[in-house]
Design a protein around this ligand. Structure first.
Ligand SMILES: Cc1cc2nc3c(=O)[nH]c(=O)nc-3n(C[C@H](O)[C@H](O)[C@H](O)COP(=O)(O)O)c2cc1C
Length: 163
């Protein structure tokens, strides 16, 4: 049996994901970024993370240009950021507050936490490229804020579930 792309998307949409915005500077220093849930912690020592980037993404070439990128973990009030960065095109950073991380990747104001990474490996995988990055720096900015969660094509906020 072959799973259709629609069913595959529907099934994988039931894997709840924390919403991030992946940011980078292109070769000219212009900030780029896109919304991503295909993000994962990989290794503690050394600290490694991964992000799966669609090969058509404009941010992908920026990550390739410099080798650096940041993951911004959105807070429960970050759905507007998520929608803004989930479209391709120029001007996504217009009227968005951000500061540069130590290596220059944009850090979005209001995010719960961030890491800045240097690409260690880029692995071709189907229509995506998996960037495995060594975490050079990071921080929690809003420990009290809850995360933005994506599940079943909609945004959710987290509720504590006691056993
Ligand atoms: C909730 C959500 C999660 C997404 N996750 C990913 C992802 O993990 N990887 C990816 O390449 N695109 C993902 N996307 C799609 C990109 O955000 C979208 O294609 C964006 O336009 C790419 O921008 P760019 O071309 O400027 O890089 C996601 C979109 C949404 C709304």
């Amino acid at each position: 049996m072959t799973l259709s792309p629609d069913v595959f998307r529907d099934v994988m949409g039931r894997l709840a994901g924390g919403v991030t915005v992946v940011t980078a500077r292109d070769g000219e220093g212009v900030p780029r970024g896109f919304t991503a849930t295909a993000v994962c912690s990989v290794s503690l020592s050394p600290p490694l993370v991964l992000v799966c980037v669609a090969n058509g993404s404009q941010t992908l070439s920026a990550i390739r240009d410099t080798g650096w990128y940041a993951l911004n973990f959105l807070s429960s009030d970050g759905a507007r950021h998520s929608d803004r960065f989930a479209v391709s095109g120029e001007g996504k950073f217009d009227s968005v507050d951000w500061v540069p991380a130590p290596a220059g990747s944009p850090l979005l104001a209001g995010a719960v936490a961030w890491v800045e990474c240097e690409t260690q490996r880029a692995v071709e995988a189907g229509d995506h490229t998996i960037f495995i990055g060594r975490v050079a720096d990071g921080g929690v900015e809003r420990a009290e804020a809850g995360p933005l969660v994506h599940y079943g094509s909609a945004y959710h906020v987290l509720e504590r579930a006691d056993p």
